[in-house]
Design a protein around this ligand. Structure first.
Ligand code: GRF
Length: 187
């Protein structure tokens, strides 16, 4: 059985899609949810699904000894970031080579980088007059949104599109494709 951890800071809808997809899976299990925000809905959601969650401070998260011990305690071999707003430290990237992935709500390499998260991404896409957007799943390196791209899916932007409606469309794509992409990487 491969044990994966999901790192999330917010609502956790992708984390939930991943948890649901791998419930009763023969080879893959979500064994841990890590959040840096004790008030994030993702923490409650993990609890409802009986998944162990850990709330980590910035200091804890960046401390190799303590974070390694946490990940080892659940035999984690793969990490999926799902709306996790802290930069992954270099030691963690090195410890999990090509075993950390992220999802971004736009077609990278456009509209990525530090500060590009949530509504801001969709606002930037609309302001640039793009006719399509989408989601990108990519490997994580020590720079925001710059690791090698694994998969992309597109949506068309409607004439009357706003940031909220675009976010919803992209999120639906994310829920559908993120768990399957993880499965493909691990099987
Ligand atoms: C998603 O749009 C994802 O692409 C981005 O952060 C958002 C997380 O949403 N990295 P949720 O917490 O999974 O609902």
């Amino acid at each position: 059985m491969k044990h994966i951890a999901v790192f999330a800071s917010g609502s956790g809808s992708n984390a939930e899609a991943i948890i649901r997809y791998f419930e009763n899976h023969t080879h893959i299990r979500v064994a841990l949810v890590v959040s840096n925000n004790p008030l994030a809905p993702v923490v409650k959601m993990a609890h409802q699904h009986r998944i162990i969650s850990a709330i980590v401070s910035k200091n804890f998260f960046e401390d190799e000894a303590r974070m390694s011990a946490l990940l080892q305690s659940q035999q984690i071999g793969f990490i999926a970031l799902a709306g996790f707003l802290q930069l992954i430290p270099e030691w963690l990237v090195k410890k999990f080579p090509n075993q950390i992935v992220n999802i971004h709500p736009a077609l990278l390499p456009k509209f990525g980088g530090k500060g590009m998260y949530g509504k801001k991404v969709h606002e930037a896409v609309l302001a640039a007059g793009e006719t399509e957007s989408g989601m990108t799943i990519h490997y994580v390196n020590a720079q925001y949104d710059e690791g090698e791209i694994i998969a992309q899916q597109k949506v068309q932007i409607a004439a009357n599109e706003n940031a909220e409606s675009l976010a919803q469309k992209v999120l639906q794509l994310e829920h559908e494709h993120y768990p399957k992409a993880i499965e493909r990487l691990l099987m």
